[in-house]
Design a protein around this ligand. Structure first.
Ligand SMILES: Cc1cc2nc3c(=O)[nH]c(=O)nc-3n(C[C@H](O)[C@H](O)[C@H](O)COP(=O)(O)O)c2cc1C
Length: 199
């Protein structure tokens, strides 16, 4: 299948088959893919927490608003968090990245406000979200990106020290009756000519 076909077929899954599990090799591949995500200066200001434990999923479901049943029935919830401790980040890049990359951070990013620096971390994290959703599409794994969650409560439940949850993705396999799948509900997008321009 071409990548275009994968993107046409992927969709935000609203109902999972709780009995269909993702095999462990596939989960390991997804972990590798997350770790290979690109980021500005290779900064990697992130952590990815994979939750398949029933008890933890139940706790997360209670702070996931309309996404509660997806969190419970999916195979795994992948929680995307950005680093929340700027000094720790700086120490990390000083130890791990080339001088030029550290210099870029110190000259262009560090002088900004705390809010702007954390927003820059968030930009990198969302790029990994895009990579991950694309990988799921290509691997025919059903997925639900979820901003409709309570980040502070996710941080507490997952004991995320120095990291802050921004988004989570439920992954698994759809319930065959899921009404949101493209065969039942065709994909909806703006007209391509209003969105993509060629000059
Ligand atoms: C960052 C992000 C957050 C989203 N949050 C939710 C969510 O909390 N719950 C949900 O059911 N869908 C959520 N969605 C799904 C979008 O509504 C969906 O991607 C969009 O309507 C396009 O539909 P499609 O993904 O089926 O092609 C989110 C999507 C993105 C990219």
């Amino acid at each position: 299948m071409s990548f275009l076909n994968s993107m046409q077929n992927r969709y935000t899954t609203k109902k999972y088959n709780p009995n269909k599990k993702i095999n462990s090799e596939t989960i390991n591949e997804l972990k590798e893919i997350l770790n290979l995500s690109p980021s500005s200066i290779n900064s990697q200001p992130w952590k990815f927490t994979l939750v398949s434990n029933k008890k933890t999923k139940e706790q997360l479901s209670k702070v996931s608003w309309l996404n509660a049943s997806k969190v419970i029935d999916c195979d795994t919830v992948v929680v995307f968090s950005r680093i929340d401790n700027i000094s720790l980040f700086e120490k990390q890049i000083e130890e791990e990245l080339p001088t030029g990359a550290v210099g870029y951070f110190k000259e262009f990013i560090k002088p900004q406000s705390e809010e702007q620096i954390k927003s820059w971390f968030g930009h990198q994290l969302y790029l990994s979200l895009g990579v991950f959703l694309s990988a799921c599409a290509e691997m025919e794994i059903d997925a639900t990106p979820m901003e409709g969650i309570e980040p502070d409560n996710y941080n507490t439940i997952l004991e995320l020290e120095n990291y802050h949850t921004m988004v989570a993705v439920a992954i698994g396999y759809r319930d065959p009756e899921d009404n949101n799948q493209p065969s039942k509900r065709p994909k909806s997008r703006r007209n391509i000519n209003q969105v993509v321009e060629t000059i």
